[in-house]
Write a protein that binds this ligand. Structure first.
Ligand code: ATP
Ligand code: MN
Length: 477
């Protein structure tokens, strides 16, 4: 007999004489009621065991965490909270679980504790919900771009470009680290390395993505990216997933429109397709908020926050306007910021970004036209000669969720910029070719997938929204 998913059993529109369910025991009460979960939904199905006719030995093995298979009738439940339950006629233990040692007890665990048990934490309601929402969001990402005719491009994970311009890189090598080949001047001889040159894990697929956009028109990437930044924050991972659309003939305004439309689409898709999970996560967030002092509590519930994003235009503000606002702000004047904003040209820290979004505008903000010298080399220089066509999207509770720009399409301007920054033209010859053969205005952005999942699930630490987080000093499993 084929087993049926718990989700489908709970959604059945009739009772059934015989069904089979398989899953893991969440709780076993009164030697009679099993709460069975198989991961297909947040909800458990109640399985009522005929304890008088079940051997004592078997009953003892129905412990939290055990894998079981039950066969029985799907009947209307007498108990509150569920429409159906299974009246068990046959029960098989598939995999025992030592309940005393099983880390996921039916009580509430701290997120810190669960992170240390990442391999089992997905057996809890919260992580089951987060990971299902994450999966639905990933599907929505593909669906959005595919519906619009974008081509999905897999840019390389190992890159030969040292100058992707987005952060510290992890080196990839097959050289023996205890016996490195040297050149005559004593430096490491990368000619003897696997690729015959120095290589790294990618920090962004953008440069390669641009070459494809300049042939296929509209492309997107969705893959892992790696940054060896030693910042142990709640918003940074060493390995994270990034979505990077790149579109030929789009200028910065088109780019902002695309990013806003895209984010709204995927958030809406999750709201419409993850109702149970989001409701649970809303409750979790509400409990967490109650621990905070009154003044710091959010005025909105999780679903209200998501709907707010769907229903309101993102506020578009130039960097220059933002600096004026920040300079005149109370936390700046009272020196509450760690970094005081004194003049135009300052790089914005996350405290400033969050002030703009959470306190000043109280809605998602798109900041654009940043000073050239705090942004990457490939961004289109404005006519003022000092700002570039960059945009960052800032979200409440998250800070930066998107970073993007219109790209510098003029060969001469780009080369001059690279020279000024000491970026090797020869190394990026293939990138510069896009500006030599049929260059055109084009734009794109990168959205950190985990930051999106953070926002949608209402979680606050990025380690809690990726299956196996990679952070400094942490790659156990
Ligand atoms: P931040 O200032 O927050 O470190 P960044 O300016 O380095 O971000 P970009 O290089 O513009 O970010 O990358 C594009 C997007 O990728 C960011 O907007 C963010 O959503 C995400 N991102 C960047 N670094 C990380 C990281 N270490 N972990 C998770 N997501 C990240
Ligand atoms: Mn960064």
């Amino acid at each position: 007999m084929k087993h049926t998913k718990v989700k489908d059993l709970l959604q059945s529109n009739t009772t059934l004489t015989e069904v089979n369910a398989k899953g893991w025991v969440r709780t076993f009460r009164n030697n009679q009621f099993i709460a069975l979960n198989d991961g297909s939904t947040l909800n458990n199905i109640q399985c009522v065991v005929d304890f008088e006719n079940t051997p004592e030995e078997t009953l003892k093995r129905i412990t939290t965490g055990a894998a079981i298979s039950v066969v029985g009738a799907l009947v209307e439940s007498q108990g509150a909270g569920q429409k159906y339950e299974i009246q068990v006629s046959k029960l098989e233990i598939l995999g025992d679980s030592d309940a005393e040692k099983f880390p996921m007890q039916p009580k509430k665990h701290s997120l810190e504790f669960l992170r240390e048990n990442a391999h089992l934490r997905v057996r809890t309601n919260a992580f089951g919900a987060i990971m299902r929402v994450r999966s639905v969001l990933a599907f929505a990402v593909h669906r959005y771009f595919q519906e619009k005719g974008f081509v999905y491009v897999n840019t390389p994970i190992i890159t030969g470009a040292d100058a992707e311009g987005a952060g510290e890189m992890f080196q990839v090598t097959s050289l023996p680290l205890d016996n490195l080949p040297r050149t005559e001047d004593g430096s490491i001889n990368y000619r003897e390395d696997f690729f015959g040159k120095h290589t790294n894990l990618t920090v962004s697929g953008q440069l390669e993505g641009e070459t494809f956009a300049m042939a296929l028109g509209q492309i997107y990437t969705f893959g892992p990216t790696f940054r060896a930044e030693n910042s142990n924050t709640s918003r940074h991972l060493a390995e994270f997933w990034m979505i990077e659309p790149e579109v030929a003939f789009n200028d910065l305004d088109d780019n902002m429109d695309l990013a806003e439309d895209f984010i709204k689409y995927v958030v809406k898709y999750a709201v419409e397709n993850c109702a149970d999970d989001l409701k649970f996560l809303e409750g979790r967030l509400a409990d967490e908020e109650k621990q905070k002092p009154q003044a710091e509590r959010s005025e909105m519930t999780l679903l209200e926050k998501l709907r707010f994003v769907l229903e309101n235009d993102f506020k578009r503000v130039s960097y220059t306007e933002a600096i004026d606002i920040l300079r005149d702000s109370t936390p700046n004047k009272k020196k509450k910021f760690s970094y005081i904003i004194e003049q135009w040209g300052a790089d914005l820290q996350s405290e400033h970004e969050r002030f703009l979004v959470e306190k000043h505008f109280k809605c998602p903000v798109i900041l654009y036209d940043y000073p050239a010298n705090i942004k990457a080399f490939y961004m289109r220089l404005n006519e003022d000669g000092k700002t570039v066509r960059a945009m960052d999207i800032l979200f409440p509770g998250i800070g930066e969720i998107v970073g993007g720009s219109q790209r510098e399409e003029r060969y001469d301007v780009l080369v001059e910029k690279m020279r000024a920054l000491g970026i090797d033209e020869e190394e990026l010859w293939w990138y510069l070719d896009t500006r030599r053969f049929g260059s055109a205005v084009h734009s794109g952005f990168g959205l950190g997938f985990e930051r999106l999942v953070l926002f949608v699930t209402g979680m606050t630490n990025i380690r809690d929204v990726i299956p196996f987080p990679r952070t400094p000093m942490n790659a156990e499993f």
